[in-house]
Design a protein around this ligand. Structure first.
Ligand code: OGA
Ligand code: MN
Length: 286
């Protein structure tokens, strides 16, 4: 454990798998965290990448207040602006405007949130309000572990390679043409493919469904390489599957994980509703 962690109060933490993810026990997230506790939570976030706070009951205001203790809230893309009263709280739902299950679940492909931004997301915080009786899991892939498992020659090859992330291409791949406004708002952005984590310095593969191609390589070759790395990174030994409980607040690190929703429930019958806030990250220089 780092010196920073040693100097702050110990949290009660139950690891949820050998690789990553932990429950943080005993905090009521409606209350502001004292600075020592906040730092301990942040250290646990760096150590475990996914934190689960159980049995929470946050209003949107309270979720925003909890999130803001760790940084700057990020707005969402054009179609996901939350509600007029809380534009920074995105509603993750399979319900239509009348509250009827649509059968559709979003975010089903491997991705890391807002990787197409100049300052890709640091963390996403998701609070489970309504869950199906079973399933509707979120699955995470540990991109530190995936990077570290690559052969040394491949790590060298990836060193200094830029990966272009494109919201336009990413939406194109799911059959949606983005508006001119969205194109201006989210132009393609290059990041290091083996990206040092801004806080830990450990390298993690930085790709997923918004990743388009590799700089300095023919389009098709770059795409093939990205897909090969994704297949490598999403092997079972790199995964943690979160089985949600109502009231869970999950906080994950977008800088070293890919994630996706698993539609392993009948989304045409059962509601699944979560509230989402995002924290802005930092740019990375090559
Ligand atoms: C997200 C996301 C996955 C899920 O909110 O960014 O990818 O399981 N959610 O709903
Ligand atoms: Mn996501």
């Amino acid at each position: 454990m780092s010196d920073a962690a040693a100097s702050v109060p110990a949290l009660v933490i139950n690891p949820l798998s050998e690789l990553m993810a932990a429950e943080v026990v005993g905090l009521d997230l409606r209350q502001p965290l004292d600075l020592g506790t906040r730092d301990a939570v942040y250290q646990a976030f760096l150590d475990y990448q996914v934190l689960a706070f159980r049995d929470q009951d946050l209003t949107k205001e309270e979720q925003v207040a909890f999130t803001e203790q760790f940084g700057t809230l990020e707005k969402h893309a054009q179609r996901n602006q939350g509600t007029a009263d809380h534009p920074l709280v995105h509603i993750v739902t399979n319900l239509d405007a009348d509250g009827v299950p649509t059968g559709k679940v979003g975010s089903m492909r491997w991705h890391t949130d807002k990787s197409f931004r100049p300052k890709p997301s640091m963390a996403t915080i998701l609070h489970a309000l309504i869950l199906p009786p079973e399933g509707g899991d979120t699955v995470f892939a540990n991109m530190y572990a995936a990077y570290e498992a690559l052969p040394a020659t491949e790590k060298e090859e990836l060193d200094g390679v830029g990966v272009v992330h494109s919201w336009e291409l990413s939406r194109d791949n799911i059959g949606r043409t983005i508006s001119e406004w969205e194109k201006r708002d989210a132009p393609p952005m290059t990041h290091p493919l083996a990206r040092p984590h801004p806080d830990t310095g450990r390298k993690a593969l930085f790709m997923g469904m918004h990743a388009s191609h590799l700089e300095g390589m023919p389009m098709e070759d770059g795409r093939a390489r990205i897909l090969k790395l994704e297949a490598h990174s999403t092997q079972p030994q790199f995964l943690y599957r979160h089985h949600w409980k109502t009231g869970d607040v999950l906080m994950w690190d977008n800088r070293c994980l890919l994630h996706h929703a698993d539609a392993n429930f009948d989304a045409a019958v059962h509601p699944r509703v979560l509230h989402r806030t995002c924290l802005r990250g930092t740019a990375t220089n090559f």
